[in-house]
Design a protein around this ligand. Sequence first.
Ligand SMILES: NC(=O)c1ccc[n+]([C@@H]2O[C@H](COP(=O)([O-])OP(=O)(O)OC[C@H]3O[C@@H](n4cnc5c(N)ncnc54)[C@H](OP(=O)(O)O)[C@@H]3O)[C@@H](O)[C@H]2O)c1
Length: 253
Amino acid sequence: MNTSLTDTLTDSAASPVAGKTVLITGGTSGIGAATARLLLVRGHRVAVTGRDPGRLKAFLDEVGYADRVLGLVADASDWDSTNTAVTSTVERFGSLDAAIANAGGASADHFRTGGAGVIDGGDPELWAPMVLANVLGPALLAKATLPHLEQSRGRLVLIGSVAGIKNSPGNLYSATKWAVVGFAENLRLHATTRGIGVTVVNPGMIDTAFWHGQAPPIAMSPDSVAEAIGFALDQPAGVDLNTVTIRPIGQPV
Ligand SMILES: NC(=O)c1ccc[n+]([C@@H]2O[C@H](COP(=O)([O-])OP(=O)(O)OC[C@H]3O[C@@H](n4cnc5c(N)ncnc54)[C@H](OP(=O)(O)O)[C@@H]3O)[C@@H](O)[C@H]2O)c1
């Protein structure tokens, strides 16, 4: 069940400003938060989800634009939660122009074992939430949003990873992102017949909480990924931008 937190900030009706309505899963931190901030600055209406109500409220308090932002507690790996978040966004803003399947990450043992060691040295109890958020999450978001995106001739953006286009030994997180890249193309083949664009954005190493407190050897700001997502959303009618890979200069893989 979703709880709208914006009612505590504003009870104003849908904003009359021009712009798109964009739903971002996992929008309270890192890439999702940077993208929400950028889109709000550019005049769009933004709904963000996250599982942690405290983190969601802190983000909403910090970002401002209370008349154009909606916060929803929702788990991206749960169908009812995802579907309700989409419905709530459309009820609040009147339509949906784009959805960004961003929620997810790597399990803590991925970093503890260096990724490659997760099969031998990892904790299987930690794997299911990662697989469900990273793999099932984009499919649930697609199912919930396609009817609305068909009406708006909108766009779905899936956040993959460089880990989803490069193999590394024993790396389960990487396999979830290979699934995202594969699903993005399968989705494109389906969605393009309904007038909907599909973009997969594959970031390299980005400086976010994703790293569970470890410092990536080289990284760029999530703001750079947000700019790439914004570029995908700004494609003219009739143009489908399908794949964006964005790395910090110097990333060796
Ligand atoms: N950082 C990198 O180097 C990097 C590189 C390539 C790809 N990526 C991908 O980029 C995406 C965003 O990661 P990030 O780096 O921005 O990490 P982050 O700073 O940890 O942000 C993750 C966001 O997703 C939310 N989230 C996690 N699981 C969720 C779930 N099941 N349902 C709803 N929300 C959920 C988190 O909030 P709650 O915990 O409160 O739910 C948070 O808002 C992920 O898909 C990640 O795999 C990251």
